[in-house]
Design a protein around this ligand. Structure first.
Ligand code: CTP
Ligand code: MG
Length: 248
């Protein structure tokens, strides 16, 4: 092998889809909610497959969900990657761990992705995977924070962090597989305050790097988010050449 040839690591993706969708409030698991006629999980898996980076995809599902199980089976038939399903746990961290346990030990790079970020462009997966393959043990996609953020104690503001140093964090988050498994093992049974895997890596002493996220990787959390996702999928592509020219 010449020096210029790079070893491409094997990439696995864990898609966590086992949440109940309380804030959406539709009484069914969020991954099963329809958006433009297809489940959020179908939209998410389309992007994972289209990214073309993964040899294995493990989808973490609510217990005994026949609809979502058949979505996973169909994604597996599309070729490109081996796609399997495992049941999730009571917290997101437990669900990620179940997915990690189901990935082959040979996987070198793991991307962990929220099924609820159903419109994430395939480029975000490629960007994150490339940064991990280039040597970063943990990589997260981020966006600048547009609102001013306050720290409060009850109903009293106690501080205003400098917005310039803050970032809003998305998924997919990418990790060196060995380090992520070790970080999960070290934390034991994590409480609900662990909201992403990068937190576990930080606690484990690993450097976490950021790459550009994408507005379309927003998490469908509330009913308004679902309206926005429907509108995005229904939009007519804008032809920039037909827009009136704005000087300056
Ligand atoms: N998730 C999971 N297992 C859990 C909790 C969450 O796999 N026990 C997944 C969700 O399916 C989702 C992602 O983690 O894709 C982010 O979680 P969130 O947006 O909070 O989804 P839900 O927990 O379903 O929503 P809510 O908190 O409103 O109930
Ligand atoms: Mg939740």
């Amino acid at each position: 092998m010449s020096e210029k040839q790079q070893v491409v690591p094997t990439v696995g993706v864990v898609v966590v889809a086992a949440g109940s969708g309380q804030r959406l409030g539709l009484g069914i698991p969020k991954a099963r909610v329809l958006c433009a006629g297809r489940t959020l999980l179908e939209h998410s898996l389309d992007a994972v497959i289209a990214a073309g980076i993964a040899s294995h995809v493990v989808v973490v599902l609510p217990q005994d969900d026949a609809v979502l199980s058949s979505v996973v089976a169909a994604a597996g038939r599309s070729g490109g990657a081996a796609v399997t399903a495992v049941p999730g746990g009571s917290t997101r961290t437990d669900s990620v761990r179940a997915g990690l346990d189901a990935l082959p030990a040979s996987i070198a790079v793991v991307l962990v992705h929220d099924a609820a970020r159903a419109l994430t462009p395939p480029d975000v997966f490629r960007r994150v995977a490339a940064a991990v393959a280039a040597g970063a043990p943990a990589v997260i996609p981020v966006l600048p924070v547009v609102d001013t953020v306050k720290v409060v104690d009850g109903d009293v503001v106690t501080a205003t962090p400098d917005r310039g140093g803050l970032r809003a964090v998305q998924t997919p988050q990418g990790f060196d597989a060995v380090t992520l498994r070790a970080a999960h093992a070290a934390v034991g049974a994590a409480g609900p305050t662990v909201t992403d895997d990068a937190m576990l890596m930080e606690a484990h002493g690993a450097t976490v790097r950021v790459v550009d996220g994408d507005a379309l990787a927003f998490k469908v959390t509330t009913p308004l988010d679902l309206v926005i996702a429907e509108a995005v999928l229904a939009r007519v592509p804008v032809d920039a050449t037909s827009l009136p020219h704005v000087a300056g």
